[in-house]
Design a protein around this ligand. Structure first.
Ligand code: SF4
Ligand code: SF4
Length: 420
């Protein structure tokens, strides 16, 4: 084991390999508040990569309904239970100003064992704490779809009397969009005894070498997000490849420019922004939309940072869900992120317009200022909206889109209206 820095946890942690960050990191921000669970992303993935024999149950992208849903079933409950039952100070965070550092520890200090450390302290014969789901747990990509949790038990059906007001609904659910996180410290890679899994230096994408894999399923066992899947037909494991030919710009549509992955490009709800993070997290680029959302504005948060893999898919949490549940899922940055999302800054309003406007990945954004169009109070705070224009650029500097905060509309003159 070596000591590596994990900025999600605000500390060094144990990992089997040396810290080796890629030059740039494949990443995405998913805005949960906008997802409609249409599963277009899920089908875009399925029809691109896993439509063959032996891949029937493979959903590299799935959208599950929280709190009851999961694919495989109970994946997060089971990992959390393992950490809880065996951990030292299970899932404890120190979040005072003294424990924080804007760059290296923005959320404070995670004071418990990660999945890697727990395997060591307990002397388990595993690189990371994990389990192999049984066959039945892989049956439903969105089991318990739209099933809400309630302060009342679910067999008491007095839904109408329960309030659905912000900040927290009393009866609630939300959709969680999931793909492989292309982690900075992948548990799948750490666990593979054949060294068949590697993380690309140029873009941080994590791949399984299909020729080296012998189907030992250590990656299936030790990825806490359960994103590698075993294919009985070929007896090897497969996982999300981040649509790397598109990321490399091999698709002629984008003229050699980097292109969003298929699940991102297909998103109907415009909830996804896919691109590359600056490889050095200590020097985020304020003009890179992902660096800005994740490192600078900190409105997008990692999924279960306490596992310790430093996942690279980030989420804007849902405004209506109970804060304790969200803190367990996204760490202690939830309050700050929700406050920023509830009364978005001028810059955030503009950057949110970039989501799903083109298939080309943005490397840079600029904002042209417009006039004030709206003013109100939210939670006692002043909230102003300006009709700014955000401009998105590809990595070669080409301007790709120009979007205004206010959607332009046009109304026909009365005289031109024909009615029957
Ligand atoms: S999410 Fe799982 S499969 Fe993907 S890189 Fe992380 S540990 Fe590996
Ligand atoms: S396509 Fe977008 S809106 Fe539809 S389920 Fe997927 S993430 Fe949600």
């Amino acid at each position: 084991m070596t000591l590596v820095h994990n900025w999600h946890l605000g500390r060094k942690m144990e990992y089997p390999y040396f810290e080796s960050r890629p030059k740039q990191q494949f990443a995405a921000v998913f805005n949960i508040n906008r997802c409609i669970a249409c599963q277009t992303c899920t089908m875009a993935h399925k029809s691109t990569w896993t439509y063959s024999k032996g891949q029937e149950y493979m959903w590299w992208n799935n959208v599950e309904t929280k709190p009851y849903g999961g694919y495989p079933q109970f994946w997060d409950h089971k990992i959390l239970q393992l950490l809880w039952d065996n951990g030292n100070n299970p899932m404890e965070w120190f979040t005072s100003d003294d424990d924080k550092d804007a760059v290296a520890a923005p959320y404070g200090l995670y004071n418990s064992d990660t999945i890697f450390e727990l395997a060591q302290t307990k002397g388990l014969n595993q690189v990371a704490v994990g389990y192999i789901p049984d066959d039945k747990e892989w049956r439903f990509p969105n089991i318990y779809e739209d099933t809400a949790s309630s302060e009342k038990t679910n067999y008491e059906t007095e839904a109408a009397s329960e309030s659905s007001e912000l900040p927290e609904h009393k009866r609630w659910f939300f959709y969680l969009q999931r793909i492989c996180n292309h982690c900075t410290y992948p548990a799948c890679l750490a666990a593979c005894p054949r060294k068949a899994i590697y993380k690309r230096k140029e873009d941080g994408i994590v791949l399984i070498d299909q020729k080296r894999c012998r189907g030992y399923r250590k990656c299936v066992e030790q990825c806490p997000y359960k994103k590698p899947m075993y294919r009985g037909e070929t007896r090897i494991s497969e996982k999300c490849i981040a649509c790397y030919p598109r990321v490399e710009g091999k698709d002629p549509i984008t003229k050699g420019r980097r292109m969003e992955a298929r699940c991102m490009a297909a998103c109907v709800g415009k909830i996804r922004l896919n691109g590359l993070l600056t490889g050095d997290y200590t020097k985020p680029d304020p003009k890179n939309p992902l660096d800005w959302l994740i490192h600078i504005h900190r409105v997008a948060l990692p999924l279960y940072p306490q596992f310790g893999t430093e996942p690279n898919v980030y989420y804007i949490p849902p405004r209506w869900a109970p804060r304790s549940y969200l803190r367990q899922m996204f760490g202690p940055g939830v309050e700050e992120a929700l406050e920023k999302y509830a009364t978005p800054s001028r810059e955030l309003m503009a950057v949110l317009q970039l989501f799903r406007t083109t298939q080309t990945m943005f490397a840079r954004f600029e904002i042209e200022e417009g006039k004030k169009i709206y003013e109100t109070q939210v939670d006692g705070r002043k909230f102003e909206v300006y009709n700014d224009t955000v401009i998105g650029f590809a990595s070669d500097g080409t301007e790709m889109v120009r979007v205004q905060v206010e959607e332009p509309t046009w109304e026909s003159d009365e005289k031109r209206m024909v009615t029957y």
